[in-house]
Design a protein around this ligand. Structure first.
Ligand code: UD1
Ligand code: CA
Length: 455
């Protein structure tokens, strides 16, 4: 059967005490709902419907993907009512998988298992056994262990409250049957809402097969209702991503202090020290070492490259055996060849440095094409911006740029050229020669330093 996924995301999330709709609260830097949509996509459904209501325009703007179908639930009358808003857009022959916008860690594999168990005459729901089931709906089974119905915490009696198996809310069922059951829902319950969970009882009464699949890891069904749970989910996400890195062969000095907020491809014997944040697409070659307090976004580092403490690297690539930092910043468009050294308080932007080149101290390298084996002395600045346009600096292989040099772009320094320290270079510096620009040093005879008059 074709699959349609419905994500319920209309709730306000009062307990967050936030101006932001709950499903837009960030987990690992992205909205909760974006995580759920990404997982839904892994199942390759025919359609993804999102039921939105609270903060509707804001929610839609946060997920601009053109293929998402939006259903408005103007008034939040319960989960059953929410699903009803999306059903008109779903053909009878489809299996419907219901997800929650505030349950972000559920795995695609778990969901595929649920969908497999649902069919024209079968409903599958995801349950979990929790040490503290308070607040959740309970899964009520008969003596033979068959699911009979779900009872909400607030509607449960003493005996039902003792049940530890809870409803996660996620379920898969045939669209035609859901349409029938939802039409028959009442709101005669403690919350005066249309409960989606009442469909379970309806399915049992009709003699459909109802199966509760127990989630292997309770972390994947964690819901976010308040900021404490948001932090728990963030921690669970961090732990999972850290385990993936370790499985790939990386050593994490403290897995609780490495945050993967994107996708990381990692070689063997990579070492990540504490407080490292990886975002976007990051590729780390074999034996790459990342020191403490580094932020790496969308970058690729070759084998044996070392990033020392306190570096920020974004949109950059480095070859093998490079040394970066401590305290270096590589900005978008930086490409370092093999064996490049970038030292402390050096900023590189939109520039290429050839093999073995070094900029070790206090420099700005922007919009520059630097050859191989170039030494960029301390305090060198490529003056790339004239207030309106950016200009490039080109430096040939083997050049030596003395400390404190201002390179006024556009400008070219030839191969093996030497620039004397303290020069301001605005014209081409020829290959193989010493070029310097310096005023004659003067000492003024008889000069006296001014002094304050005695009172
Ligand atoms: C629901 C289940 C409960 C389960 C729990 C798991 C029902 C009646 N109860 O309870 O059995 O244990 O989830 O977390 O389904 N939503 C809407 N529109 C609405 C109401 C809710 O879109 O009118 C959305 C919310 O945004 C949220 C999801 O549905 O994403 C769940 O709603 P919530 O109010 O949190 O349900 P619970 O009371 O926690
Ligand atoms: Ca909830």
């Amino acid at each position: 059967m074709p699959l349609s996924i419905v994500i319920l995301a209309a709730g306000q999330g009062k307990r967050m005490r936030s101006y932001l709709p709950k499903v837009l609260q960030p987990l690992a830097g992205r909205p909760l709902l974006a995580h759920v949509v990404a997982t839904a996509r892994q199942l390759h459904p025919a359609a993804i419907h999102i039921v939105h209501g609270h903060g509707g325009d804001q929610v839609r703007a946060a997920l601009p993907d053109a293929d998402l179908a939006w259903a408005l639930q103007a008034e939040q009358l319960g989960t059953g009512h929410a699903l009803m808003q999306a059903l008109p857009g779903i053909p009878d022959g489809h299996t419907v998988l219901v997800l929650y916008g505030d349950v972000p860690l559920v795995r695609a594999g778990t969901l595929a298992g649920l969908v497999d168990r649902a069919g024209p005459q079968a409903l599958a729901l995801l349950s979990a056994v929790l040490p503290d089931p308070a607040g959740y709906g309970r899964v009520i089974r008969d003596r033979a262990g068959r699911v009979v119905r779900i009872v909400e915490h607030r509607d449960a009696n003493h005996k039902e409250l003792a049940v530890a198996e809870v409803n996660t809310g996620l379920l898969a069922a045939p669209a035609a049957a859901l349409r029938r059951w939802l039409a028959g829902l009442g709101r005669d319950n403690a919350q005066g809402e249309y409960y989606l969970t009442d469909c379970i009882g309806a399915a049992v009464r009709e003699g459909l097969a109802v199966e509760a699949v127990i989630a292997v890891s309770p972390a994947e069904v964690l819901g976010v209702n308040d900021r404490m749970q948001l932090a728990e989910v963030e921690a669970a996400h961090r732990r999972e991503r850290a385990f993936e890195l370790m499985q790939a062969g990386a050593t994490l000095i403290d897995p609780a202090r490495v945050d993967v907020r994107g996708s990381v491809a990692c070689g063997q014997d990579v070492v990540l020290d504490v407080n490292v944040i990886l975002t976007g697409q990051v590729r780390l070659g074999d034996r790459v070492r990342i020191g403490p307090n580094c932020v790496l976004s969308d970058c690729e580092l070759g084998a044996d490259t070392e990033v020392r403490a306190n570096c920020v690297i974004e949109g950059a690539s480095a070859g093998e055996r490079c040394q970066i930092g401590p305290f270096a910043r590589l900005r978008p468009g930086t490409r370092l060849a093999d064996g490049v050294h970038i030292g402390n308080f050096v900023e590189v932007k939109n520039s290429v440095l050839g093999p073995g080149s070094k900029a070790n101290h206090l420099s700005y390298v922007g919009d520059a094409d630097i050859g191989a084996r170039v030494n960029v002395g301390a305090g060198t600045v490529t003056c790339n911006y004239d207030g309106a346009n950016k200009h490039r600096t080109t430096i040939g292989d083997g050049a030596f740029i003395g400390s404190g040099t201002m390179l006024i772009a556009p400008v070219t320094v030839g191969e093996e050229a030497t620039i004397g320290a303290g020069s301001t270079i605005a014209h081409p510096a020829p290959a193989g020669k010493l070029t310097l620009e310096r005023n004659r040093q003067q000492t003024i005879q008889g000069w006296k330093r001014p002094r304050k008059a005695p009172k």
